[in-house]
Design a protein around this ligand. Structure first.
Ligand SMILES: Nc1nc2c(c(=O)[nH]1)N[C@H]1C(S)=C(S)[C@@H](COP(=O)(O)O)O[C@H]1N2
Ligand SMILES: [Mo]
Length: 421
């Protein structure tokens, strides 16, 4: 399944409720595809037809878009090889050591050589008192669409860092995972030590993550343990984690820096289409739907703009700020969270949710996805361009305030639509 089809599947039930609320009373049993087919004579994308029964706000592990460099990438190794190289829960070990190339002081390094490395049982012992869960979207800096929407569980990285007793000259944390013992294949990232040790109010800890959607992290998702850096693009969240280095070096050594990407990469707010009709009829409503990524600057609106192709675009307004954008509806939290959770129920209790009511503290949730929908109308037949964009919580329209792609793709998406007589 390609990424759009996948998002469509996850999205179908959230949108179904929306269209039902639009006043087609008595058809609650109908799927959105049937509903739309009746109202709009089969002009709806056939993707909707199969995307009916399951609410999938959260993405199942198998449905994520996967990145993993290496020859072969670690998740392609056979199970006994995975065990051999420490990528099974029974054999996994994590080192936390001082950088030999700096003067960082660490009193009790967790190292393979001294037999003090952390194993999975040790991590689970910590998890008994320290485990945290939060929702966070996984998106690649260079991807147009998110890889997946996850509920992640782990232990704050700082709790393991403190076990190693760093005392002085530590400014940064370097980390990387299994890479076939070939330095060329290593994928690494890094963070300032301050970000690891402290979270602003409402922010979540950088964590050593071992579960997605309440199931053990699979080899494909970077298991047994990956880094999970909330609110940043995926390159920070290194998979198949085995080594953490505490260093007095203040500079980023990230693989992504060498690949011409910005390494300080907070998620951007942006909108994407899921379902748009290829064509529809004049003066008939056509449903459109999509997702919005709620990035660093929050989300206040999702908007769309239907522009006739024969009307020239203004030369001095590259982001179409003066166009006639209309507001879409941002959809409420789903009843069933999907993601393969039994009955779609959340495990107790993600940090973004109220433990009493089980409801999210805020909606939409920062650093997650939200679904949106609208009904499109056109008065004249012709060829059109349909675009969508977000307005962030500071009132700034996509792709501003950070339009440069090296820190995340937030271009305004466009699809072509024909309006028939
Ligand atoms: N070890 C390792 N970790 C990695 C990568 C990699 O190539 N190797 N890719 C990173 C990038 S660039 C992204 S976008 C995310 C993707 O996570 P996913 O495969 O779980 O969707 O993994 C990150 N972690
Ligand atoms: Mo990425």
């Amino acid at each position: 399944m390609d990424r759009i089809e996948q998002l469509a599947k996850e999205h179908s039930n959230v949108t179904r409720r929306y269209f039902l609320q639009l006043g087609t009373a008595g058809v609650a049993a109908l799927s959105i595809s049937k509903l739309c087919a009746q109202e709009h004579e089969g002009q709806i994308d056939p993707l909707l037809a199969e995307a009916v029964s399951k609410l999938e706000y959260l993405t199942q592990d198998k449905d994520f878009r996967t990145y993993g460099r290496g020859k072969p990438p670690p998740h392609k190794l056979p199970p006994d090889k995975l065990r051999e190289v420490g990528l099974a829960r029974e054999t996994w070990e994590l080192e936390v050591v001082a950088d030999p190339e700096s003067n960082a002081e660490v009193e009790r390094p967790l190292s393979l050589a001294s037999g003090t490395a952390m194993n999975f049982d040790g991590l689970m012992k910590l998890a008994e008192t320290k485990a945290v869960r939060f929702m966070n979207v996984m998106t690649c800096t260079n991807g147009r669409f998110p890889c997946g929407m996850g509920l992640w569980e782990g232990v704050p990285l700082r709790d393991v860092v403190w076990l190693a007793r760093p005392t002085s000259n530590v400014r940064r944390v370097f980390y990387y995972g299994y890479h076939n013992d070939d330095p060329e294949q290593r994928f690494q990232s890094s963070l300032p030590i301050g970000r690891v040790l402290e979270d602003p109010p409402g922010e979540h800890p950088v964590m050593l993550c071992y579960k997605l959607n309440d199931k053990w992290l699979t080899p494909t998702r970077g298991g047994p343990v990956r880094m999970m850096v909330p609110g940043e693009y995926g390159n920070r969240s290194v998979k198949w984690l085995q080594r953490i280095i505490l260093t007095n070096n203040f500079q980023a050594n990230d693989t992504y820096a060498g690949w011409n990407n910005d390494t300080v990469s907070h998620l951007k707010t942006c909108a994407r289409f899921i379902h748009t009709p290829k064509k529809f009829k004049v003066n008939q409503a056509a449903p459109i739907t999509g997702v919005a990524q709620v990035g660093m600057s929050g989300l206040s609106k999702v908007q769309y703009w239907l522009a006739p192709q024969d009307k020239p675009l203004p030369k001095d307004d590259p982001y179409f700020t003066r166009a006639e954008w209309k507001d879409a509806d941002i959809l409420p939290p789903p009843k069933n969270w999907g993601g393969g959770l039994p009955d779609g129920e959340l495990p107790p209790i993600p940090r973004q949710f109220d433990s009493g009511s089980g409801k999210p503290h805020h909606w939409p949730i920062p650093n997650t996805l939200v679904h949106w929908a609208a009904l499109l109308k056109a008065e004249k037949p012709g060829q059109y361009d349909l675009r969508c964009r977000t307005i962030d919580a500071n009132g700034i329209a996509q792709p501003m305030p950070r339009p440069f792609p090296k820190s995340g793709n937030n271009t305004i998406q466009r699809v072509k639509i024909t309006v028939d007589k």
